[in-house]
Design a protein around this ligand. Structure first.
Ligand code: ZN
Length: 265
């Protein structure tokens, strides 16, 4: 159910089994979907070509400097939209505006598809919380419930992807990879809205890194390289911004890179 506007990121269970959200929240997810794509554009060459990641070389890469500026601007706008009191004071960033007509550019449509999957993931996660409220098999701890809600949302999306690829005769691996990338984007949104001090876990929420790891590694679909490259790019965006990368990272493949990066969150 659409709640009246308020600052913040609102996606939560309400009374009568309803999921409450605001248009401001779905717009934040939209902007974050484009921010994530900017990160993908900035860092995918490193992950794909197995180029060791050294901060000093990155500083001298003019293409990267421009890409990171675009990423920083998109992240800044999503945060501004979260915090601003009055939406009338918000100017939309240089990305497509949400609306019924899909944009012409293939890239923009791809970003929007991923954003829709990420939004569905967030809703489904909250749906499972609502189901647990009256269920006899509710997990004993709040953190275990978070993992279970993530698993429900992911499995739901991946199972439907198999049906979808069979019905439309699209490449099954490609459809599943895209769904998993959307789920990774959903986890990136969690990372973005979780204050840094709570990122390593609280009584109610497990560490974001554990959620991200489980979402990909325990999926009933083996992530292909595209998924790992996308996940690495989003993590690199966050870690570069927070200046948490060590001087040099070497890795054999994107999955190995992911495993190093997620430890640094
Ligand atoms: Zn939750």
């Amino acid at each position: 159910m659409r709640a009246s506007d308020q600052p913040g990121f609102t996606m939560e269970g309400g009374a009568f089994g309803l999921i409450l959200f605001t248009d401001r929240t779905t717009a934040q997810m939209w902007i974050l979907g484009f921010a994530a794509w900017r990160a993908f554009e900035a860092y995918c060459p490193y992950a794909v070509l197995r180029i060791e990641i050294t901060s000093s070389a990155m500083l001298e890469d003019p293409g990267l400097v421009d890409a990171e500026r675009a990423l920083g601007e998109a992240l800044r706008k999503s945060r501004e939209l979260k915090d601003i009191e009055n939406l009338e004071g918000f100017t939309w960033p240089d990305i497509p505006v949400p609306g019924p007509t899909p944009p012409d550019a293939t890239k923009d449509r791809a970003v929007i598809d991923l954003t829709k999957i990420a939004t569905a993931f967030s809703f489904l996660h909250e749906v499972q919380h609502q189901i647990f409220k009256t269920a006899s098999d509710r997990p004993e701890s709040a953190t275990e419930e978070e993992f279970e809600c993530d698993k429900f949302a992911r499995d739901f999306l991946l199972e439907r992807a198999s049906e979808y690829s069979a019905d439309t005769q699209q490449d099954r691996q490609g459809v599943l990879d895209k769904r998993l990338m959307g789920i990774v984007l959903g986890a990136f949104v969690i990372l973005e809205i979780t204050p840094e001090g709570r990122r390593r876990g609280t009584d109610e929420h497990p560490p974001v890194a554990d959620r991200l790891r489980r979402l990909i590694l325990e999926a009933n679909h083996q992530a292909s390289e595209h998924v790992w490259v996308y996940a690495c790019s989003l993590l690199l965006g966050k870690l570069r911004e927070e200046e948490k990368l060590p001087a040099c990272i070497r890795f054999d493949n994107p999955q190995a890179l992911f495993e190093q990066l997620v430890e640094l969150l």
